[in-house]
Structure formats: C-alpha cells, structure tokens
Design a protein around this ligand. Structure first.
Ligand code: 6PG
Length: 214
C-alpha cells in the first residue's frame, strides 16, 4: 500500500490534485461521497482538457436529489461547464439494471477500454464505489457496470465493477476522519474488505489524514 499521510485536508487536497495533473489522464472515474468535494472544487478551477470522465457509482435517486453523486460533481468539478465526455449513471431511466446497461453502452460507444485513473473513497464498513460487503456485485467479473441493492441502506445503487477498478492504470483512495481508521488498519493487515479486493495488488495511492491513519 502506497500510503501518504497529511496534517490537513488542504495539504491532502493539494497533493491529490498535483498527482492527478501529473498523471495527465485521458480517462478518469470519479467517486461521490463527501471526501473528494474540496479536490473537485480545486481541480474544477482549471479542468484538465481532453478527458473522458466517468462516474464511479451512483445512489439510485433523481438528479436533483441531494444524494446524487453526479449532481455533486457537476456543482464542483464541472462548475464552469459540463465537459463533452461525461458518463453519469442515468437514474432518470427508473430501472437500475437498465441504467447499468446504458452506461456500458455509452462506455463502448466512446471506445473506452481501461481507465487511466480511478478516484475512490472508502466507507466505514470497507465498501468502495457501491461495492458493499456481502452484496452479489462483489462477484461480478464480466461487466463494466452493475446494479446492486444495498440492504443496509435499503437503497439501489449502480456502480462500476471490481474488474474495471482493478484494470485502471492507477487508483487514488481518499480517506479522512477517525471513523476510517479501523478499516484502514484492517486493510493494511490484509483483511479482504471490498476496498482491498478492488485495489490490493494494483498500483494504488492512499491519501489520508492523521485521524484516518490512526
Ligand atoms: C458514494 C460513494 C462511496 C464513497 C464512500 C466514502 O456514493 O457514497 O461513491 O463509495 O466514496 O462511501 O464516502 P465519504 O467520502 O462520504 O466518506
């Protein structure tokens, strides 16, 4: 595990932004959640050009719902305009399975193969993307995207699959706050939480603050 520990969220954000700009990616998958917001705001001030942006996962809610990951990204990273090549999950289809297939269709239409970069978060339960512990999506190996019902949240999600995340050139995981410390410790000890299944053995840089580092 390539672990970088920062004293402040500002330093973490600056370092993650530098890493992304230096990687000069042509395709980037973006997680939702709260941790990447400052990074997206900063990166969005001068959005890298000629990039295909893909959403990592989505809560199955309408676009104008406060939980929508796509809307959060459009308000922050894309505050100055939505780029031409942006693949959100189309929850307006009102059918999670169809939405996952539609993302796969758009993925193939754009000629996407492996991603250059995936920006991930990590849940207190060890999930990443919408790959939640104990859900069948963890077994999916032959799809780009999949729907998954998450009983713990009583919510449908749509997500890129584990093989897509593993096949990317580089993974960046952002984790802040003391609630992430136990999972980070267990992942370092080799526990196969979903975040470990999606990243272990593949080049992954963890950007964490002192509280998450434990
Ligand atoms: C989502 C995410 C999810 C997220 C983690 C961490 O839709 O919630 O894509 O995988 O990255 O839950 O979330 P926080 O950054 O809010 O802690």
């Amino acid at each position: 595990m390539n672990l970088r520990i920062f004293d402040t969220l500002e330093e973490l954000t600056r370092a993650a932004e530098r890493t992304i700009r230096q990687a000069n990616p042509t395709s980037v998958a973006l997680s939702g959640g709260s941790t990447p917001k400052p990074l997206y705001e900063s990166l969005g001030k001068s959005l890298p050009e000629n990039v295909t942006w893909v959403l990592v996962d989505e809560r199955y809610v309408p676009h104008d719902d406060p939980q929508s990951n796509a809307a959060m990204i459009e308000r922050t990273l894309f505050a100055n305009g939505i780029p031409e090549r942006w693949l959100p999950f189309r929850t307006e289809l009102h059918d999670p399975a169809l939405t996952a297939r539609e993302l796969e269709r758009e993925w193939h239409d754009l000629g996407l193969t492996n991603l250059d970069l995936v920006i991930l978060g990590c849940g207190d339960d060890g999930h990443t993307a919408s790959l939640f512990p104990g859900t069948p999506v963890l077994e999916v190996e032959d799809r780009i995207a999949s729907e998954v019902f998450v009983p713990r949240l009583d919510q449908w999600r749509v997500t890129l699959t584990k093989p897509v995340i593993r096949a990317a050139k580089l993974r960046i995981v952002l984790a802040t706050g003391a609630s992430k410390a136990p999972i980070l410790r267990e992942v370092r000890e080799g526990v196969q939480h979903p975040i470990a299944q999606a990243t272990s053995g593949f080049e992954t840089w963890w950007f964490v603050d002192r509280a998450a580092a434990g």
